[in-house]
Design a binder for this molecule. Structure first.
Ligand code: MRU
Length: 359
């Protein structure tokens, strides 16, 4: 069964409404940029690489709906759209990377008419989508070599098809290992508070025929001590120049635990998640989300006393020394090579990597 996270269809953006999963697989059409902004904020569409596509298609949507004939006014209007979409969610650098590429198309083609720019922008967005598809397949191939028969893999949040265009990052490695006939099992952390692990990761792994067991986030330490976990595989929302990784809150906990128990901890992420303008993880902006996500469950009934103070950062940063290797479309980068700057150099070679124009 094919799962199409995001696509350009009939001059609109088609997405899976991920807030309805696992109970209902509902596709929905985004009709304007304001609706896209809300869809991203409310997590109908989420996951770092999928946000790159969403941002790029948002610019295409605004361009197609523009009636402006003046080149300057058209470019100014789209610049405002790019800034607006760039203010949706702060942590996943892929969103800014996708928007930056669209801005670059506008900047390089100042002499072109709005009609020509509309088609150039669509071509660019399609390239971003295709690039992600290829990157996921390459990461899956490179990463699947790490998986051995009998492995017990732990993952957090959703770094799968639903977070990308196709196949996923950490889960792509798992799909590829299964295709290669390897036998292993997967544990998914539920991922409080929005339960991307429970709702999305288990849903897509089941659809793909991968056997998965859902665990409470707090069970990870015990499973590791009992040797029921042999590898941790996670995605990334932003990787700093020194290899520090921001990912869903709780990832750092898993990295500390894995280190303590001598378990390899792998991050799987495309070079578009690499931010070479940021030196260390300390500079990565961490999204703070609504207290209601913590005080109320997804069915909106209260699970905490009214008025209780809440901290709800959506991401945390795992320092490079806890990461065994980062799997990218250019292959594996082990801790030492990351510290020696090899990952940084690869990201510089990657076309457009981190040429952002949006803060
Ligand atoms: O808040 P979310 O659901 O957008 O967070 C997503 C994650 O943390 C993923 O692990 C990350 O984006 C990598 S997805 C391939």
């Amino acid at each position: 069964m094919s799962i199409q996270t995001i696509a350009w269809k009939r001059d609109r953006i088609k997405i899976i409404d991920q807030t309805r999963l696992p109970n209902e697989l509902r596709y929905t059409y985004i009709k304007d940029v304001r609706q896209l902004f809300q869809a991203i904020r409310s997590m109908k569409i989420r996951g770092a690489p999928a946000l790159a596509a969403a941002g790029a298609l948002g610019v295409v949507l605004a361009a197609h709906q523009s009636r402006l004939r003046s080149k300057t006014q058209f470019r100014r209007q789209l610049k405002r759209v790019i800034e607006y979409l760039g203010s949706c969610r702060p942590t996943a650098v892929n969103l800014f990377w996708g928007l930056g590429r669209m801005q670059e198309v506008l900047d390089k083609n100042r002499d072109k008419s709005p009609d020509v720019l509309k088609s150039f922008l669509l071509i660019e967005a399609r390239q971003i989508i295709e690039q992600d598809r290829i990157a996921c397949r390459k990461m899956a191939k490179a990463g699947s070599r790490l998986i051995k028969n009998g492995d017990k893999i732990l993952t957090i949040c959703n770094a799968g098809i639903l977070a990308t265009i196709d196949y996923g990052t950490a889960l792509g490695v798992i799909y590829q290992a299964k295709r290669a006939g390897k036998r292993f099992s997967v544990f998914a952390c539920e991922t409080r508070p929005l339960l991307q692990g429970a709702r999305l990761t288990t849903w897509e792994l089941k659809k793909k025929g991968v056997s998965v067991r859902l665990i409470c986030d707090s069970l990870a330490a015990t499973l590791m001590r009992k040797k029921q976990i042999t590898k941790v595989l996670v995605g990334a929302d932003r990787i700093a120049r020194n290899g520090d990784v921001a990912n869903k809150v709780g990832t750092y906990n898993l990295a500390v635990l894995a280190n303590w128990h001598g378990i390899p901890f792998y991050v799987v992420a495309p070079l578009s998640s690499f931010d070479r303008q940021i030196k260390t993880g300390k500079d990565i902006p961490i999204e703070q989300r609504s207290p209601l996500e913590v005080t109320h469950n997804l069915f909106k009934c209260s699970i905490a006393p009214r008025g209780v103070k809440v901290l709800n950062p959506a991401f945390d940063v795992t320092p490079n020394q806890l990461i065994t290797a980062i799997v990218t479309e250019k292959g594996l980068f082990y801790r030492d090579s990351i510290l020696q700057g090899q990952l940084l150099r690869q990201s510089e070679n990657g076309s457009y990597a981190n040429r952002r124009s949006v803060p």
